[in-house]
Design a protein around this ligand. Structure first.
Ligand code: FAQ
Length: 318
């Protein structure tokens, strides 16, 4: 087959909704886009363990502690599935981690904000996992097979995470005045960063048009942001909290909420490394990598020893 017919075959598969698998021919830019998106997604899950990990030792009860611990472990698992999915495209895990540690690869802007109170555990689960689900449910139908399949399990777990967050917010909202204030304060601080998570507006998103054509993305950044706002505003009403946007207003004509201007300067500032916790997050990941060197060395030495023993036994048997 010529490159031209490979391309035709690939395009037909995309049009027919047949998933692309690791051994299939694919355009270089399709591969590059997937490596970029999947590895950044994996990094986000791993860095995303830090703001909540901060509260495991201070959870207010044994039940809350067990749930939070399980949730944070799930995020670690998501990172690992995603690194494995990216590896099927021909990049090694070491390379991806190096890109994270040297600041070459991005991870979600949201994890560069601090988790200041227990209510932040509620707000993160409710809003951040809520936004993640809105973005990731369509990715279960993304055109690259290993990514789509990883997303199925990830989304099931994310939906438990969202509920545990919402339940924390519900409990605090029905609690004392101080607890209700704490919940409102967390919503005030996490609302805008959560709606920025969906990425720049479509008009300023360099990758959306091509990713939609390749069916990597099924909805644009603005479409998903709008869906999230429509659903979440109703949930806030249910628990008696106020979304911190004075311009938020139901629009009968569009059937959606209109919302106020997003501070895109803040978003780009955080993406470029200057958010409140960027340096701390990267330092924590680099330290974990360095502190784990002995585990990797020991595992390698053990596997070498086993291999040598096997070879030796084979020679003795011959
Ligand atoms: N933060 O042209 P687009 C989670 C970058 S997982 C930082 O629109 P694209 C679970 C973008 O990379 C959260 N950078 O790009 C959890 C690109 O830069 P590049 C992560 C951002 O790829 C919960 C440039 O801006 N989820 O939360 C952000 O078509 C709780 C132009 O942007 C995923 O990764 C951002 N928010 O659309 C874990 C989902 N947005 O690469 C722990 C999969 C954009 O050219 C606790 N990813 N940029 O240098 C996606 O759906 C897409 O990649 C988007 C961006 C929608 C994020």
């Amino acid at each position: 087959m010529t490159v031209h017919s490979f391309q035709e075959h690939f395009d037909k598969k995309i049009d027919d909704e047949v998933m692309i698998e690791p051994r299939d021919w694919m355009p270089d830019d399709y591969r590059k886009t997937l490596i970029r998106q999947i590895s950044q997604h994996a990094h986000s899950e791993i860095v995303g363990m830090l703001p909540e990990g901060n509260w495991i030792t201070r959870a207010p009860s044994l039940r809350r502690k067990a749930v939070l611990l399980a949730k944070v472990q799930d995020e670690g698992g998501h990172g690992l599935y995603l690194y494995s999915a990216a590896e099927t495209l021909g990049i090694s895990r070491d390379e991806m981690l190096d890109q994270l540690h040297t600041g070459k690869a991005k991870y979600s802007s949201i994890f560069n904000y601090p988790s200041l109170t227990w209510a932040d555990m509620g707000a993160i689960g409710w809003l951040v996992d809520g936004a993640a689900i809105m973005n990731q449910v369509p990715l279960c139908r993304t055109s690259y097979g290993p990514y789509a399949r990883a997303m199925v399990r990830v989304c099931k777990e994310e939906s438990f995470h969202q509920r545990q967050g919402f339940e924390i917010m519900l409990t605090l909202s029905n609690g004392t005045e101080v607890q209700k204030k704490m919940a409102q304060d967390a919503l005030n601080r996490w609302w805008w960063p959560s709606i920025m998570m969906f990425g720049p507006p479509d008009a300023d998103s360099p990758h959306t048009a091509q990713s939609m054509r390749w069916r990597i993305k099924r909805f644009t950044n603005d479409e998903l942001r709008q869906k999230f706002i429509d659903v979440t505003v109703e949930q806030a009403k249910l628990i008696g909290l106020t979304v911190p946007d004075p311009d938020l207003k139901w629009n009968d004509a569009t059937g959606h909420y209109d919302y106020g201007a997003i501070n895109w300067d803040e978003f780009w500032n955080v993406v470029k490394g200057n958010g409140p916790c960027n340096k701390e997050r990267l330092e924590a990941r680099k330290k974990a990598w360095e502190d784990g060197a002995w585990v990797r060395d020991a595992a390698l030495a053990y596997s070498k020893k086993r291999k040598a023993r096997k070879e030796n036994n084979k020679t003795l048997a011959a």
